[in-house]
Design a protein. Sequence first.
Length: 382
Amino acid sequence: MKIASIALATSLALGTSALLVSQAEAKTIETRWADVEVETVADGLVRPWGIAFLPEGRMLVTEMEGRLRIIEADGTLGDPIRGVPEVIVRNQGGLLDVALAPDFETSNRIYISWSEPEASGSNITSTAVGHAVLGDGELVGFERIFSQYPKVEGGRHYGGRMVFSQDGRYLFVGLGDRGHQMMESQDLDSHTGTLIRLYANGDVPQDNPFVGREGALPEIWSYGHRNIQGIDIQPSTGRVWAVEHGPQGGDELNLPEPGKNYGWPLATHGEAYGGGQMSETVGFYVEGTELPVWHWTPSIAVAGMTFYDGDAFPEWQGNVLAAGLRGEVIARLEIDGDRVIHEERMDMDYRIREIRQGPDGYLYLLTDERENAKVLRMRPAN
């Protein structure tokens, strides 16, 4: 107990929660407001990336290898759903996010994002978005509604995270700079390194900030992003927030506003891999660009994020919870207006790809393994 108490005191001083108990497949973490139990809901997955909640306690989960599965309420893993489009599985490319249509209860329609080849089997790819009706073990009437321009070689920085606005009218999709295309994040004639906004059918809202501007793509909402990995809608305001990977350091939490430039690669808290300033970077701030609301330096390799508004953890309402891959943490951020006023990190002992609040108010996490990856659930202890 003395050793545990010293470890707890040290970790809380650093703003990091301490792992206190490990029993079977569940473990308990003490946090600033409450003890949290982390338990395994399902396993046997391969590189899961996105999760959406179906009725009766079921979940839809994507696997990057191109599989879309239903996980039953008891954790049983279903067979792959047929009808998924061709996915190029290469490095960070594959089947990415999944989201339910706002009218899912009546339409049974779902949306997916994936790395789409220029032609069958081609290594020239970009991020695409499509929708279909979820039938009995298959996708029916699949339709692609967006394809990132331009398609390029390489297998990095696809982005792909999706979220619908509160009123269900708009679909936001985060896109990456594709790794070696970083300067295109500053160009409006490319979707590279942007957040886009569409109607649910893929049409472009005419009040998007660059509609009608010569040389600009009308889908763009904001630009100057490196690789958006998580987005969510703030319940109290309806505004979209996003997290993105920095290079070596400089992961960011941003509040993307229409038409604004978020700096990459001109402005970043990160540095070139191996050390030293990148040749494109001017500094932490460049006039005409937006500073991040929060940054992680050193990097936690931030992945998915969610705003919490459930009843299971009442003290966390309004907080951002962000997943860390390299850091193997969940970072809980307390928000006051447009500022982060406190961060607490919960050590998870797994690379965490995604975090989402379930209908039960608990938090569901996807671990990032190539074999036997898991769906974890965070709930109040006891």
